[in-house]
Write a protein of this length. Structure first.
Lengths: 520, 299, 315
């Protein structure tokens, strides 16, 4: 056994060898554990009474984390300080996991007290299946609380159903998810300043090429990932004036030009945008290996300075300094067509990050108190400040006031400005006719999706681009038509015309008056 | 590589018979060296990803994908602190150990009992049982997590470590049953005859005579079940959804993965912590693979 | 007469004991293997998104649709390709290593085994993260080594190229699960009595002869089981692929379990609508095909054995 003793020690030595070797090399050991996580360093004070009931409770909250996580955790901490009997468990996780776990938890009767509704489940379906509790009797002084939101926040069919309110917009969805993030030093070295001079398509391609050349294998012009390419092409085409295809305007009208109610995958502008990206690819200007990356990994590589530019949303602004504190990056508007006439981008106010209360929660009073604060002016202001302005409120006053705050990050302010300048509210079929959701629920998926097809174009597996886009177009058209027919058969009053808003002018916000002006 | 290894096998085999004779010692040494020359580099390449993981666990997030260099000038032990806190390693470790340990006991008992009678006895219904085992491997299945969750609900075992333990040990572990059956079947009859003469009953024969001889199989099964239960993710997450205190380590490890941001170094540190027990268990149980039953039985 | 009844009684007692011994395993198996299995068959007959009560019984519609689903069949083919290529390589190499490491005299054997076993015990998500780095065309170690050896000119995008992605995943899978096969073989090798081998060596048999005449026949029944289980295991490969490529690029690595998962839980590749009934049907149809193939194989093996037996008898 002596030899085996020795052996075991030798093995442990091998395992520890790495650490030991570094120690011998005269390395420093650091034990600060905060790197890499967003810390809520601000202590909040929650107004209002403490929880009246005693006895310990375990409260659970699950959502997609990220930007809102530091704020929510600060609120939870403050709440637990005030109510020491309440222990709050927070899970900020990926959408894939939420989509998988929340329905199982609901089956099991054990869903978290507060959760994000899976993004493949329309909210009204969650309501009609009895997943969600209305907030009307849960939040103290409900009417007054609700009144502090602008009236547009609770249009029927989004968060309000049959006169009951099931959620509230924690933050505004008016944010630009495809800004151009760039490495300041690299772009400067190549004599570009995309912030001062917005790139045109041609300039953008040239910039990618030049960056790659200067990077000489150390860095490349553009970072992206296989399934993101479709969205980028769609965004570029949208700035060039296309509505519909590839737009990030929410799953329910994705791909549809809401002026005509038709899908627009065969539009030449979309194909031109794809061609542009393909040219950038054949220039060799895209970070190698991008096809098999996913969102999280492609974003995480940027602060390691392996590429000059990436298209992304405000969530990177607070995350990147945590990965690399010395990383100097900035944001700019995405490239415009060579005509230098950029169009607006569309967005839909769906109440971003809305938390929902589980119908069977035993802690509705706790949720009520938390929601009450989070949806108050003070709570919204704290949210903006803790997220350093990367989240914005749907309350205009809070937004304006917070922009003056010194706590806001300058990049976040820029991003807010961009969103304000570029984004215009688009119509939403489910506001006009909630029954449209019946059809969406019956819609059979189109396989492959637009994003997958574009990935296939870049991997060389899809060779005939016009043909692929044409087949996408007809599959999507058929899929929606079939779904509407199926819904009609079930007695649902829905028609294809519900997706048609002839009075929509993409250059202006679509208002309640516009909905009223529609003739059925 | 294949050819070289075949050669190595050759050396090993022919020497075995003469091992205990006098000139064998030198030959043993040579063989040891030959094998080492081939296997040590192979092993180093083999575990490179782990060296990488280990090194990632002491790097900052900026350095993780920085390049080939495994060494870092600043050793970020803070990753382990963060891993310990964020993954609740202290508490989850205990849960994982309880669930894994419990499922090992349950699995071993059910599997050893089944393997014993299948390997050593003829009884009515044996064919049916064998058929069921075959069916368990081959019958098609679609989605099973939903019925398993429903089942735990019906048994009132949801949200408990008991339920989780049962679910982790549930399911017919065909490989383990076959290993036991095969092993039991080739143990000599004389063993049991002697015991029966001494007045031992059916259960005592199994428990005192045969079971202790199956250490290699037991060790194998422990490791297989350990791996299964220790790393499982979705089931523990769903079963313990409303009792966060009952979560297991792998759930904690995944908590480093967000939609937009993954804390790679923290995740690496948590994985290293989670890996350590399996490596230790494996090292400890190794002995039994080596011990060999032929020797054990015929001593 | 009393002796006969005594024998009968003891036989009955043995029968009861046998049933008692089977009970725990059968109960557990019934609850956690067969019940979920039967339920999943039922799911395959409904149109259902996995949540909500809108579960419509559609009979065999899901299957009818599957038969015409080219993505299903492509995934099906990939899974079989995986088995045909990866299983023999993995099992062959593992057997070789197991034979070497089965030698007690080998002092370092314990560490070799541990090293080979390490990948098995690591969670697939972690392996996925590590391997995307290892195989990356941007300063990834594999590419750097290959370039250093002048085996390739420019870096290969192993996971992003549709021609190499599946093979790369096979390589990783062989690497990751090699240890399990090694353990199985080691366990099986334990049943080979040492005396036999020593006797063979004394008779002057070389290593190959010893293996063929002594070890192989004893290993054979185990080998059959190990092959079946490994193949089965490989057919159900999921987490590794999902964490490395999510089935991409453009379905190039979408093996059957990834297809099922992505269909059932609404991923980008499946159009973003969960179809649990359809996914369940895909699982069942695939399983059915596997079963048929396995039975055919068994039948073929049996026939081959019979023929061989007759030949031996004739001699």
């Amino acid at each position: 056994m002596a030899s085996s003793e020795l052996g075991r020690r030798r093995f442990l030595g091998l395992l520890g060898g790495l650490g030991a070797a570094t120690a011998l090399g005269g390395c420093t050991f650091r034990t600060d554990s905060n790197i890499g996580t967003v810390q809520a360093d601000r202590k909040l004070r929650l107004p209002g009474p403490a929880l009246s009931r005693k006895g310990s409770s375990s409260f659970r909250w699950m959502d997609s984390g990220d930007l809102k996580a530091p704020y929510e955790q600060a609120v939870f901490k403050a709440y637990s300080r005030k109510n020491s009997q309440v222990k709050i468990t927070y899970d900020g996780t990926s959408w894939d996991r939420i989509n998988e776990v929340v329905p199982l938890g609901i089956r099991n009767g054990s869903a978290p007290d507060v959760f994000a509704v899976p993004n493949d489940v329309p909210t009204n379906v969650a309501v009609s299946n009895g997943w969600l509790s209305p907030l009307d009797d849960v939040i103290p002084d409900f009417d007054q609380w609700k009144h502090s939101f602008p009236s547009t926040a609770f249009v029927p069919g989004v968060l309000t159903f049959d006169g009951k309110t099931y959620g509230f917009p924690l933050s505004s969805s008016k944010r630009l998810g495809t800004m151009l993030f760039y490495d300041v030093e690299y772009l400067k070295r190549a004599d570009f300043d995309p912030r001062a001079n917005r790139f045109t398509w041609t300039e953008f391609r040239a910039a990618c090429k030049k960056l790659t050349k200067q990077g000489n294998g150390k860095y490349y012009g553009l970072m992206t990932q296989g399934l993101a390419l479709g969205g980028i092409a769609g965004m570029l085409a949208e700035i060039a004036g296309l509505r519909g295809a590839g737009s990030t305007g929410g799953a329910n009208s994705g791909g549809i030009d809401l002026r005509t109610g038709e899908y627009t995958f065969t539009d030449p502008r979309l194909q031109a945008a794809i061609e542009l990206l393909l040219q950038i690819k054949s220039d060799g200007s895209i970070y190698p290996g991008y096809l098999s990356l996913d969102d999280a990994t492609s974003r995480a590589r940027m602060p390691q300075r392996v590429a000059g530019m990436i298209f992304d949303g405000p969530w990177d602004i607070p995350a990147w300094p945590l990965i690399n504190p010395d990383y100097d990056f900035n944001i700019a508007l995405p490239p415009m067509p060579d005509s230098r006439k950029p169009h607006n981008l569309a967005y839909q106010e769906l109440g971003a990050n809305s938390p929902f209360l589980y119908a069977k929660s035993k802690n509705k009073d706790i949720a009520g108190q938390l929601f009450s604060y989070m949806g108050s002016q003070a709570g919204q202001r704290a949210m903006m400040e803790i997220s350093k302005g990367n989240l914005t409120s749907v309350m205009p006053d809070v937004n304006t006031a917070a922009q003056e705050s010194s706590l806001l990050d300058s990049k976040a302010k820029t991003a807010y400005g961009y969103a304000h300048d570029v984004l215009r509210l688009a119509p939403l079929p489910q506001i006009r006719n909630p029954a449209t959701a019946d059809a969406l629920l019956l819609q059979q998926p189109v396989v492959p999706t637009f994003a997958t097809v574009v990935q296939g174009i870049f991997s060389g597996q899809v060779k005939n681009i016009p043909k692929a886009l044409k087949s996408l177009q007809s599959s999507y058209e058929k899929s929606l038509d079939d779904a509407i027919k199926a819904a009609q058969k079930k007695g649902s009053k829905v028609s294809r015309d519900d997706w048609k808003f002839p009075n929509w002018d993409p250059a202006t916000d679509y208002t309640t008056a516009d909905y009223a002006g529609l003739s059925r | 590589m294949t050819a070289i290894e075949t050669q190595a096998v050759g050396t090993t085999r022919t020497d075995r018979a003469v091992r205990r004779r006098s000139p064998a010692r030198r030959k043993n040494r040579i063989r040891e060296i030959v094998v080492a020359v081939i296997l040590v580099p192979v092993c180093l390449v083999w575990i490179f990803p782990f060296l990488w993981l280990l090194s990632a666990s002491v790097k900052s997030n900026a350095q993780v994908f920085g390049g080939l260099n495994l060494f870092t000038h600043v050793v970020q032990l803070g990753n382990y602190v963060r891993a310990w806190n964020q993954a609740h390693v202290g508490r989850y470790f205990l849960n994982t150990a309880l669930v894994t340990g419990g499922s090992i006991v349950i699995t071993l008992i059910s599997v050893a009992l089944m393997g014993y009678v299948l390997g050593r006895y003829r009884f009515r219904g044996k064919r049916i049982v064998a058929g069921l085992l075959g069916a368990a491997i081959f019958l098609p299945e679609g989605y099973t997590i939903i019925p398993i969750i429903d089942l735990l609900n019906k048994l009132h075992l949801q949200s408990s470590l008991w339920g989780l333990t049962l679910a982790e040990s549930g399911g017919i572990q065909v490989m383990m049953i076959l290993l036991f059956a095969g092993y039991f079947s080739q143990l000599p009859r004389e063993l049991e005859e002697a015991a029966i003469v001494d007045g031992a009953g059916f259960f005592r024969v199994f428990w005192q005579i045969f079971l202790p001889l199956t250490k290699p199989v037991i060790a194998t099964c422990i490791i297989l079940q350990f791996m299964h239960a220790w790393n499982d993710f979705l089931l523990p997450l769903v079963v313990t959804l409303n009792k966060p205190d009952l979560r297991t380590l792998s759930v904690g490890i995944y908590s480093f993965q967000g939609q937009y941001f993954t804390d790679y170094s923290g995740m690496a540190a948590a994985s290293v912590i989670g890996l350590a027990p399996i490596v230790i268990l494996f090292l400890v149980l190794q002995r039994y693979f080596v011990e060999g039953i032929a020797g054990a039985v015929k001593q | 007469m009393s002796a006969v009844s005594a024998v009968g009684a003891s036989r009955r007692r043995v029968q009861l004991w046998c049933l008692a011994f089977l009970l725990p395993g059968l109960v557990l198996g019934g609850l956690f293997t067969f019940y979920p299995m039967v339920m999943s068959w039922y799911y395959s007959l409904v149109q259902w998104n996995g949540f909500g009560s809108a579960r419509t019984f559609v009979g065999l519609d899901n299957y009818r649709k599957l038969v015409h689903d080219s993505y299903f069949w492509a995934a099906f083919g990939r899974s079989f390709l995986f088995v045909v290529v990866a299983v023999p390589i993995r099992l062959g190499l593992a057997l070789l290593v197991a034979i070497v490491l089965n030698n007690q005299a080998l002092k370092l054997s314990k560490f070799y085994r541990t090293f080979f076993f390490l990948p098995v015990v690591t969670a697939s998500a972690i392996v996925g993260i590590v391997m995307t780095f290892v195989l990356s065309p941007f300063h990834g170690p594999v590419n750097q080594a290959l370039q250093h050896l002048s085996a390739i000119g420019s870096p290969v995008d192993f996971l992003g190229n549709s021609h190499t992605a599946l093979w790369s995943i096979m390589g990783v899978e062989i690497w990751k699960d090699f240890g399990i096969s090694m353990i199985y073989w080691l366990a099986a090798l334990q049943t080979v009595p040492k005396e036999y081998q020593e006797a063979a060596a004394v008779d002057g048999a070389n290593a190959w002869q010893t293996f063929r005449r002594v070890t192989a026949p004893i290993l054979l029944p185990f080998a059959a089981i190990i092959v079946v289980l490994t193949a089965n295991n490989t057919l159900h490969l999921f987490a590794l692929v999902q964490s490395m490529t999510q089935g991409g690029p453009y379905y190039a690595t979408q093996v059957i379990e990834v297809f099922i998962y992505q269909t059932g839980f609404a991923s980008e590749n499946s159009g973003g609508v969960p179809q649990l009934g359809y996914a369940s049907a895909a699982g069942c149809l695939f399983g059915l095909a596997v079963m048929v193939i396995a039975l055919l194989q068994l039948w073929a093996v049996k026939r081959a054995n019979n023929v061989r037996g007759q030949l031996a008898g004739a001699r």
